[in-house]
Write a protein that binds this ligand. Structure first.
Ligand code: HQG
Length: 179
């Protein structure tokens, strides 16, 4: 079974287009695993898909993208569905990073980090992770440093995505600098 392809299809369903699979996310993005299995089984490629396949997919993935708990599954970050996925605010490391394309930096310094097509801004806990994120957009990405501690002190909220990703609604320019 192509677990990478499975992960991509599941991310598409749970982050962007649950209605195409007749799925309904709850306020924290959870869906019943059986419903997800049934939806994916419509595709002949996944016709004998079992919960263990999803568990194995999560286990071997390069990033912690999905979570299974109490018979439910969800995407941990990346959503673009219209209904905002609720996250509990938390305390991130005092500095976070954001890897992006060179041509976007000027705009980010004037407008701040905006979620763009997603629900939240995505930040990384270290420069290595930020670099990998940025490489999706630019072979020689720019790493921006976000003063998370200062931002919290001024009322900005952060939400944990996974072990390496933190989310925010918006980061004003004054908390952003070049690494
Ligand atoms: C940029 C992947 C202009 C921002 C990754 C980014 C991540 C602005 C792009 C996760 C801007 C949005 C998300 C502004 C932000 N003006 N551009 N004011 N503010 N931007 O893909 O953070 O592999 O939606 O710099 O690893 O790149 O899918 O966000 O370049 O964790 O699991 O707007 O997706 O995870 O791009 O990536 P994206 P992202 P997966």
């Amino acid at each position: 079974m192509d677990l990478l392809k499975l992960s991509k299809e599941l991310s598409f369903a749970l982050r962007h287009s649950p209605w195409e699979y007749e799925l309904e996310l709850d306020s924290e993005g959870w869906v019943n695993v059986e419903q997800v299995l049934n939806a994916l089984r419509h595709n002949l490629e996944w016709e004998s898909l079992m919960q263990d396949d999803l568990r194995r997919m999560i286990e071997v993935s390069d990033k912690e993208r999905h979570q299974i708990q109490n018979g439910r599954i969800r995407a941990l970050y990346g959503h673009s569905v219209p209904q905002k996925i609720m996250k509990k605010a938390g305390i991130p490391p005092s500095v976070l990073y954001h890897g992006t394309a060179r041509h976007l930096v000027e705009q980010i310094f004037s407008n701040g980090l905006q979620p763009m097509t997603r629900q939240y801004v995505h930040l990384s806990i270290d420069t290595n992770t930020a670099n990998l994120v940025g490489k999706r957009k630019d072979s020689n990405p720019i790493i921006l440093k976000v003063q998370a501690k200062k931002a919290i002190e001024e009322g900005i909220k952060f939400y944990q995505g996974n072990n390496k990703v933190w989310l925010a609604d918006y980061i004003p320019p004054k908390f952003i600098c070049l690494d």
